[in-house]
Design a protein around this ligand. Sequence first.
Ligand code: C5P
Length: 222
Amino acid sequence: EAAPVLTIDGPGGAGKGTISRLVAERLGWHLLDSGALYRLTALAAGKHEVSLDDEAALAGVAAALDVVFLAEDGEARILLEGADASRAIRTEQVGDAASRVAALPAVRQALLERQRDFRQAPGLVADGRDMGTVVFPEAPLKIFLTASAEERARRRHLQLREAGVDANLSSLLKEIQARDARDMQRSVAPLVAADDAVELDTTSLTIPEVVDRLTELLAKRG
Ligand code: C5P
């Protein structure tokens, strides 16, 4: 009997990362941050001077990713080839490269099994774009989390400022819109809600309200 999976998909900045982490903590379940795998692939490609146009080489980078996810006293750290990459993968530049790399079918294929390996007892919260449509199509509960682009830009701006990163609100909004378009229009695993996903617009909800909503939904399904 496979462990249960809660998939949380949606556009960047809708709060998936924070919500997924809090729901996983509340349930005591594992967490898959699939976006981090695409970001790590982009970062590793840069390190090894692999061109973002070389699909086969990028798939090789993805397949060979040497990554360790650590959770120490509530703080998640990610090691790439033994070095802490937790901050380096969060820059807009790496995010942009990640979304280009993520449009390549061979890269997505190379990361598929690695993502499915996160499904372990007692359960998994899987955060991404195609968790409910491609990676875990049989998940018992699928959430599609959205928020207006303006609200997402505002949140990302706050988040970056808290992390001590300088950012411009209007250029963040433009980047979010460009990335949405690329994620939705790509031919493989485009960003789209699964037919059986529950859509939740978080524009005017607080984080605790969303976490409560999801745990209630899960209790009903389970
Ligand atoms: O969620 P995050 O912003 O970290 O993801 C970075 C990029 O990786 C996204 O813009 C998207 O293009 C890609 N991605 C994806 N499929 C996923 C998760 C992320 O294509 N499951």
